[in-house]
Design a binder for this molecule. Structure first.
Ligand code: PLP
Length: 391
């Protein structure tokens, strides 16, 4: 690995894995196009490189939550795929979105009004996706609000201000495909489709499936699937299958160089509050990453319950004691031969039994989504392509 920064740690992102994951997801949903969701800086993997890799893997749409994220894609030269943005408050730069050819979700009457005003100001029609709340009770129009907004939708279409190209929704229990709400939300969505299409709206895309539904609920695929976490190779349903069970490869490897290695006697208290006390003479290794870098403090370890797993050489050890802001300590074991500068891996592909973001999620009592999206801004992202052979 060629160091591109003196920072003694990095998140290495394999763009070949992202391409392959999108191809896998497309194979799981053969009747649908793929919208790769690249919000939150590509789930922490880097917005533009991730978007380009997803498109190279076959994604024809990109999903961004925030308007600024969608605009950053266009400003970054991403012009081929359609882009959808869905989360904004009154006063958002919707005119910029319309001018940048970004599709905009509409979840309320005020949003429709602002989008129409943006389209008039831009002098071109806005492309809208009506979001219907089918039971998550988060964003979106209730079915009643959807019916109530339709006359205005039709009026704005006649005016040439707003073209409704999509109807969409989001599941509450996609990660539990047997949950009765999955069927129920599907029914509410189908009813909303009948309402909208019955009013004469011709939709380009109907979309409902996130990663979990893409992998487990084919009836939700419709014309377009919206996977996020699976694009990055993480299983959205770890209780049902690991990444490889779904043909996915984790794209991010978080690695660091040991910054200090030293022998200490048994009975040594380690890190703040001595939550970990060495049970024998041993060797400690210092990893220069902490909670400011996204290492969850909840993954701190005690002797009884080791913290988040770290690969050292060909073995895996747990975090010893509290995760600090900038660093964590590992108990490398008696007689360990590691030295400062040796590379350790906090998580990666999981190949050969190495630790994964899912392992860290379990250690911290959270989900893998949170592990990768919270890797801190000061950790360099290094994009590599395992299919490109170095000259
Ligand atoms: C984040 C998000 C997705 C992607 O979800 P994953 O579980 O990561 O696949 C899809 N749709 C919406 C509305 C989202 O907010």
């Amino acid at each position: 690995m060629v160091a591109v920064s003196s920072f003694p740690a990095r998140a290495v992102v394999d763009l070949a894995a992202i391409r392959a994951n999108v191809r896998s997801l497309a194979a799981h949903a053969p009747t649908a196009q793929v919208m790769a969701v690249v919000k939150a800086d590509g789930y922490g993997h880097g917005l533009l490189p991730t978007a380009a890799a997803a498109v190279a893997g076959g994604a024809t749409w990109l999903g961004a939550a925030q308007v600024e994220e969608a605009l950053a894609l266009r400003r970054g030269g991403v012009v081929g795929p359609r882009v959808l943005t869905w989360l904004y408050a009154p006063g958002a730069p919707l005119r910029d979105a319309v001018e940048a050819d970004v599709d905009v979700s509409v979840s309320a009457r005020w949003a429709l009004d602002e989008l129409a005003a943006a389209a008039r100001a831009a002098g071109r029609p806005a492309r809208a996706h009506l979001k219907v709340d089918t039971g998550l009770s988060r964003n979106g129009l209730t079915p009643a609000d959807l019916a109530a907004i339709l006359p205005e939708v039709l009026r704005l279409r006649a005016e040439g201000a707003v073209e409704v190209v999509g109807l969409w929704s989001h599941f509450a229990f996609a990660d539990e495909p047997e949950h009765p709400t999955v069927v129920r939300q599907g029914e509410v969505f189908a009813e909303a489709l009948r309402t909208v299409e019955g009013a004469g709206v011709v939709l380009e895309v109907r979309h409902l499936a996130n990663s979990a539904a893409t992998l487990t609920t084919p009836s939700a695929h419709y014309d377009l699937v919206r996977p996020g976490v699976a694009v990055y190779g993480l299983s959205p349903v770890p209780q049902l299958g690991a990444s490889e069970d779904f043909g996915l490869v984790p794209a991010m490897t978080l690695e660091a160089e040991l910054a200090n290695v030293k022998a200490v006697p048994g009975g040594s208290g380690v890190s703040y509050a001595h939550q970990y006390v060495t049970s024998r003479d041993t060797v400690l290794g210092l990893v220069p990453l902490g909670y400011a870098d996204g290492i969850p403090r909840h993954a701190s370890g005690t002797v009884e319950r080791p913290g988040g797993p770290v690969r050292v050489g060909d073995r895996t050890v747990g975090v010893a004691g509290r995760v600090c802001m900038d660093q964590v300590v590992l108990d490398l074991g008696p007689g360990a031969t590691e030295r400062e500068g040796d590379r350790v891996e906090l998580f990666g592909t999981g190949r050969d039994g190495g630790p994964t973001a899912q392992d860290w999620a379990e250690s911290a009592g959270t989900i893998s989504y949170e592990i990768v999206t919270r890797i801190g801004a000061r950790v360099p992202r290094v994009h590599v392509d395992s299919e490109v052979v170095a000259p």
